[in-house]
Design a binder for this molecule. Structure first.
Ligand code: NAP
Length: 891
């Protein structure tokens, strides 16, 4: 049966006295409210939507300023829940205008007969939870109050305009307009002197059209924004063809994508591309006129790394420079203070060219701030501008403004939401708040919302919420509430995710920085639409993890916990590995496992350039060993770090940790020499540590030949390589040198027992498994030899060893033996620093440019190595790529 005909029955609300009784009350009749109402009715709930405006549309009802359009392609900015609806509406343009979008929402309201359950012109004044009846009581400014079991805020993220915050607005004798509350009848600007304050998306869309109508336009700009030409017109052929070929696949790809638009994940990083290749990609993106394309499809590091982003910023600045003629105006319009994408970039039509018009003036508020608004116009601290009209395009109290506009929302125990959020919004999944049972937010703070295609996110939220209400009803529960544990876990996960992006580097409404006095922090979920969807599904799959459910007669269920404890990128990596469904490495045999590792490493991002990379042979314990040398681009001679790769004494070689060595060479400003010690099963214990020791001695003796600083060397290693590094320090102490200035042990193997808690807790599921460790040990070392300190360094004498930095990962079987070694070193009087990496797994820090959250850890490791070498902890050479790398033989 077509979806539209299911809904002919309006929901059955009842009245008791002056109170309307419904199962669910929804605030807002925009994209979200309309769809929720449809879903609620379909599920048999009685519902009412309370809407302040006179009709449906939400943000598209209010934002009627000249030039208002969507800036996600309209093909994507549409409902997808009903394929028939999808076919019944065809957009006329790539980016539809506000009137067309409003018509679409009206069409949807009619098609599903939604208006019957919407109370227009009705503002919510208060909302109070009553624990006894387990219902919300909503008071309104128009008509009956509402009593409901569930209360859903579909209030939008950008619907509460920010007050002007400029002295004297009331004194102004001319006309004042806000882009976010534009008069329905339109505004005649012909022949008038107009001021626009603000150059965000609303300003940038409206300025060209206002300029073409007004006699004189003066734009007051505080922060220049990045804008790219929309290239509006018909729907681009490539997207339309993809869409028309398989609509269901197109929509499904969008649902699991990062931004809610079906683009693939970009894996190529900027330094893998030549200048010409980068320019070609950029020109294509510029011509495409698509924010999601330029934000996600150029190179993988553009959104996560300042260097990768800076390349793009330079290219955009070049484009702006090609258009704007006046050098002073150009300088003012060129964004310099934030990475591209950290502040919401804009799509424009003739924006920059507008400043070449004789009737347009740009006032740079960074140089001459607004002092006041007077009866006749606007004064800066340098000049006065007489105007007839002031347009405030100054934005919104975003994400929390519309929710907190209803005050108070009083939850359990009389707590108000504004007090709970006094230091920033707290939520679980961005959908619910602890202490506020049966209250739901659609695209609330803590959800992908404004960093995504809202249409896709809204449907996901609405489906999740309504599905939960159905499940609650079916199970006989009457309330659900997030637990404090789950909410705190989500805050941690949000913070971890925000470290992945560059949003924290800009003053933006994403962080609350645009509203004076507002608590600051990245408010939207930055982990992406697809990952967010899978997390929401996982909450359900794990028995409503983090929710307290209650029902009549004392029925209760609470499966408490945190839904994501892994770092977000670690979660993605482990998810991808799980999807590959690989056979356990220990079943591959040594040769098979080596082939697998080689193939696996081919798929990783290439390491970053360093000053010079060379290869050579050195003398091991029983013959020559190959090595690879990474030299920094800075002038030498540099201290030398002898590096031992991971691989369980069986796998890997001097090249297998190449990205890590490059990264650490750049971060430390030291030479890294990665040594290919001998491996089992061909060469069992003690070949590896004896080679490690011999190699360190050889490198120390040949430091000057290698271009290094003579004197003590340092050692470093990961996993089994850290075991070799630790043992090398013990052997060097006992065998009369070489001198070692410090040791970096990254997830080291230090002992031959397998019953520490981390071996049990992390036995499987985190790539390095307990089974694999058994296999490594069996191949490497006979049981009788395992207690030898050269195999299990924790069993050796620890006094007199060089200072150590020991890194362990929370989700690693080796975690506890690494911690135990660090503690034992400290007990023996060795200076030790520990990094216990929360949410990380065994390979986190060596997966350079994949596990981005590993960066702060590597910075700490690099600082420790520099201190050990007697250098200042910090160096300033990582942010910019060094000159192209030279390949040279190092010996
Ligand atoms: P906005 O991005 O917050 O921009 C507000 C502008 O006003 C900024 O340039 C800001 O400068 C300036 N401003 C604020 N207070 C000021 C003051 N007291 N004095 C001087 N300047 C001041 O707001 P918006 O343009 O309305 O856009 C908000 C969001 O809505 C967009 O980012 C976008 O997500 C959405 N939107 C979308 C579309 C679309 O095409 N679909 C259109 C419009 C809006 P600072 O940067 O220095 O704070």
């Amino acid at each position: 049966m077509p979806e539209a005909t299911v809904e002919t029955r309006a929901s059955e609300a009842t009245h008791s006295g002056s109170t309307q009784q419904v199962d669910v009350a929804v605030v807002g009749a925009g994209f979200a409210g309309l769809y929720i109402l449809h879903r609620l009715r379909k599920a048999g709930f009685s519902a009412v939507v309370l809407e302040e405006a006179g009709d449906v549309g939400g943000t598209w009802y209010w934002n009627r300023y000249p030039g208002a359009r969507c800036d996600i392609q309209t093909i994507d900015y549409s409902y997808t829940f009903d394929p028939e609806l999808d076919k019944a509406w065809t957009w006329s343009e790539k980016y539809a205008t506000q009137p067309e979008i409003l018509r679409y929402l009206g069409f949807v309201a009619d098609r599903y007969d939604l208006r019957r359950d919407i109370r227009f012109g009705t503002k919510v004044k208060q909302a109070t939870w009553d624990d006894a009846s387990e219902r919300w009581l909503i008071t309104t400014d128009n008509g009956a109050n509402v009593s409901c079991r569930h209360y859903i805020m579909a209030t939008g993220c950008l619907s509460s305009p920010k007050p002007p915050e400029i002295d004297g607005v009331k004194d102004f004798k001319g006309e004042v307009y806000f882009t976010g509350r534009w008069p329905h009848e339109g505004v005649n600007l012909k022949g008038k002197r107009v001021a626009v304050i603000g150059t965000g998306s609303s300003g940038i869309q409206s300025i060209p059209l206002i300029a073409s109508e007004a006699a004189q336009l003066t734009v007051f700009q505080r922060t220049p924004n990045f804008a790219l030409p929309a290239g509006n017109g018909p729907q681009p052929e490539d997207r339309r063809t993809f869409f028309e070929t398989d609509r269901a696949a197109y929509r499904e790809q969008a649902r699991w994508s990062l931004a809610g638009v079906p683009y693939p994940q970009q894996t190529v990083v900027s330094w893998q591309l030549s200048d010409a290749e980068r320019r070609e990609r950029f020109e294509k993106a510029w011509a495409a006129g698509d924010l999601v394309h330029i934000l996600t499809q150029l190179w993988a590091d553009q959104g996560v790394d300042v260097d990768g982003n800076a390349i793009l910023c330079d290219l955009i600045r070049e484009k702006i420079g090609e258009v704007v003629k006046d050098p002073e105006t150009l300088a003012a319009l060129t964004p310099q203070d934030h990475p591209f994408g950290s502040k919401r970039p804009c799509l424009d039509t003739n924006y920059y060219a507008t400043y070449n018009r004789p009737n347009v003036t740009l006032v740079n508020l960074r140089q001459e701030p607004i002092k006041e608004i007077t009866a006749g116009g606007i004064s800066t601290d340098k000049r006065s501008f007489d105007v007839d009209v002031i347009v405030f395009a100054t934005g919104f109290d975003a994400m929390t403004g519309a929710i907190l506009a209803v005050h108070p929302i009083t939850g359990r125990g009389g707590k108000s939401l504004s007090s709970v959020w006094a230091h920033g919004p707290q939520s679980y999944l961005g959908l619910t708040v602890a202490g506020f049972p049966n209250l739901f937010m659609i695209t609330g703070p803590g959800s992908p919302s404004v960093l995504s295609n809202m249409a896709v996110s809204i449907e996901q939220h609405a489906d999740w919420v309504v599905d939960r209400l159905i499940a609650l009803r079916d199970a006989g529960f009457t309330s659900m509430e997030a637990t404090e544990t789950a909410q705190a876990g989500w805050a941690q996960h949000m913070a971890d995710c925000s470290m992945l992006t560059l949003h924290r580097l800009a003053n933006t409404w994403y962080t609350g920085a645009n509203v004076p006095g507002k608590a600051q922090g990245v408010m939207p979920y930055t982990g992406g639409v697809g990952p967010y969807r899978s997390i929401c599904n996982e909450v359900v799959g794990r028995g409503m993890l983090g929710f307290h459910l209650k029902g009549p007669g004392g029925a209760e269920q609470c499966n408490d916990g945190e839904i994501v404890r892994l770092q977000p990128d670690v979660r993605l990596v482990l998810g991808m590995l799980a999807e590959m469904n690989l056979p356990p490495i220990e079943t591959m045999g040594a040769a098979g496992a080596r082939d697998f590792l080689n193939e696996f490493n081919k798929g990783r991002p290439a390491g970053r350039p360093v000053g010079e990379v060379g290869e050579g042979m050195l003398q091991g314990a029983d013959g020559p060993l190959p090595y690879k040398l990474y030299r920094p681009a800075t002038p030498g001679p540099h201290p030398i770090v002898v590096y031992f790769h991971g691989g369980g004494w069986v796998l890997g070689d001097h090249e297998s940790d190449d990205p890590f060595c490059r990264d650490m060479c750049r971060r430390t400003g030291m030479i890294f020499v990665s040594v290919n010690y001998r491996h089992a099963p061909e060469h069992r214990f003690p070949a590896a540590p004896e080679d490690g020791y011999a190699a360190t001695r050889w490198i120390s003796e040949h430091a000057a030949d290698l271009g290094g600083r003579p004197g003590p060397v340092l050692v470093a290693g990961w996993s089994a390589g850290a075991n070799v590094a630790a043992v090398t320090c013990q052997l060097a102490r006992d065998r009369g040198g070489p001198q070692i200035a410090g040791q970096l042990l990254l997830s080291p193997v230090t002992d031959c027992i397998f019953d520490r808690p981390s071996y049990v807790e992390n036995a499987t599921g985190y790539f390095l498994t307990r089974g694999l460790m058994y296999w490594f040990w069996d191949i490497y070392c006979s049981p009788a030899d395992r207690t030898d300190p050269r195999a299990s360094p924790i069993r050796g004498k620890l006094e007199g060893l060089p200072p150590a930095f020991v890194t362990t990962a929370e989700f690693d079987p080796l975690r506890d033996e690494g911690i135990a070694y660090a503690e034992a070193l400290a007990k023996a009087g060795v200076p030790v620093e520990q990094l216990k990496a929360r949410g990380h797994f065994h390979s986190s820090f060596v997966m350079v440019d994949v596990v981005i959250t590993g960066v702060p850890g590597r910075i700490k490791m690099a600082e420790a190595l520099r201190r050990f070498a007697g250098l200042p902890a910090q160096m300033d050479t990582v942010r910019r790529a060094p000159p192209p790398e030279v390949n040279a033989a190092a010996s």
